[in-house]
Design a protein around this ligand. Structure first.
Ligand code: NAD
Ligand code: TYD
Length: 360
């Protein structure tokens, strides 16, 4: 139970709150802390989608602002006008394949954007006499730790950073900035490094939604390389609960790893999705759907394995993931089956152009 009757209400700025994890977090927070105020700042890039927040449209405690985290004047104004005491920073360019094609936007949003937010928050925090409960949560990734071999121990919070893609390098840069703002200024930053998330509102370009949608459309299921790469899958609701305990109980200056305890090889995951779709979806264009599996050219610099050791957040803050990969995949497949109105409009011309570049 994360609700604490004695806790002070927060006014929280959620950057990237119209994206996949950010919007799940907004739903979680609105359901859990009904008297907190939420301000979502989101540029609505290709990955941002106001439909992710549609069911909260009439929530009086939620305000949506379309804008760029690199816009310092806008950020300053929002911190002031909304009396922000907490930042949950999700906004980022988040897809490795796009970072390989066009890295510039990753440096701009992930590094410059994070710097802009940190600077704006520092100024405000100083002017507010540095209240004890203020927090700046920087949401990051396990990809900053680089790639593991099959027998290596999982990443801990002290694993050296070895980012391998422009995406993970830009996230590593932003993590270092967040860490430095605590070390130098004492600003109450915290960092979470989590493994691969999955669940509702996941943009179609990522592995799990891409496979679900391609199965429904009868399109090839492109598995990179030999399909033996391993990811540690974390159901997005479990991640949101972890961020909740970090904001409410975490120590400023600390980093917390968040993982699902669910290491799966890509090919096994895709086969599981095929089985679930064969069971749950009526009239698939190709059945059994695993006939659609196609091995394609590997991703450049493809990390072999990610695995998270989440003992610190368990021992210090009492968080553990609750969803199994079998249960989470079933819920996710059911969600994509029930929500074609959500994903069909996302298969835009821009998406088709991107798809052709990566998979041609
Ligand atoms: P996403 O791509 O689905 O959403 C990103 C959101 O940020 C979008 O709504 C987009 O419009 C917004 N955005 C992008 N640039 C912006 C800018 N300059 N100003 C304001 N808004 C901007 O990403 P996600 O999967 O929800 O990831 C959220 C965070 O979690 C990211 O920081 C990512 O690095 C991190 N993360 C994600 C995963 C994962 O599996 N998805 C795993 C580990 C860490
Ligand atoms: P992805 O969802 O892009 O997340 P990340 O690169 O951040 O781990 O990819 C998950 C894994 O699936 C990764 O090993 C790359 C692989 N993959 C494919 O094999 N085919 C695909 O079409 C995609 C998008 C990913």
């Amino acid at each position: 139970m994360t609700q604490d009757n004695k806790r002070k209400d927060r006014s929280i700025l959620i950057t990237g709150g119209a994206g996949f994890i950010g919007s799940n977090f907004v739903h979680h927070w609105c359901n859990t802390y009904k008297s907190d105020r939420l301000t979502v700042l989101d540029a609505l890039t290709y990955a941002g989608n106001k439909a992710n927040l549609a069911s909260l449209e009439n929530n009086k405690n939620l305000k949506f602002v379309q804008g760029d985290i690199c816009d310092r004047t806008l950020v300053d104004n929002l911190l002031e006008s909304e009396d922000i005491d907490t930042v949950a920073h999700f906004a980022a360019e988040s897809h490795v394949d796009r970072s390989i094609i066009e890295p510039g936007a990753f440096i701009q949003t992930n590094v410059v954007g994070t710097f802009t937010l940190l600077e704006a928050f520092r100024q405000r925090w100083n002017n507010r006499s540095q209240p004890q409960s203020d927090r700046f949560l920087h949401v990051s990734t396990d990809e900053v730790y680089g790639s593991l071999e099959v027998d290596d121990p999982a990443f801990t919070e002290t694993t050296p950073y070895t980012p391998n893609s422009p995406y993970s390098a830009s996230k590593a840069g932003s993590d270092h900035l967040a860490r430095a703002y605590f070390h130098t200024y004492g600003m109450p930053t915290m960092i979470t490094n989590c493994s691969n998330n999955y669940g509702p509102y996941h943009f179609p370009e990522k592995l799990i939604p891409l496979m679900c949608i391609n199965i429904l459309l009868g399109k090839p299921l492109p598995v990179y390389g030999d399909g033996q790469n391993i990811r540690d899958w974390l159901y997005v609701e479990d991640h949101c609960r972890a961020l909740d305990v970090v904001i409410n109980k975490g120590q400023p200056g600390e980093t917390y790893n968040v993982g699902g305890n669910n290491e799966v090889k890509n090919i096994d995951l895709v086969e599981q999705l095929c089985q679930l779709m064969d069971e749950l979806a009526p009239n698939l264009p190709v059945s059994p759907s695993k006939e659609l599996i196609t091995f394609v050219k590997d991703r450049a610099g493809h990390d072999r394995r990610y695995a998270i050791n989440a003992s610190k957040i368990k021992n210090e803050l009492g968080w553990t993931p609750q969803e199994t990969v079998e249960g989470g995949l079933r819920r996710t497949v059911q969600w994509y089956l029930a929500n074609s109105d959500w994903w069909k409009p996302l298969l835009s011309q821009e998406y088709k152009n991107y798809y052709a570049k990566v998979y041609s």
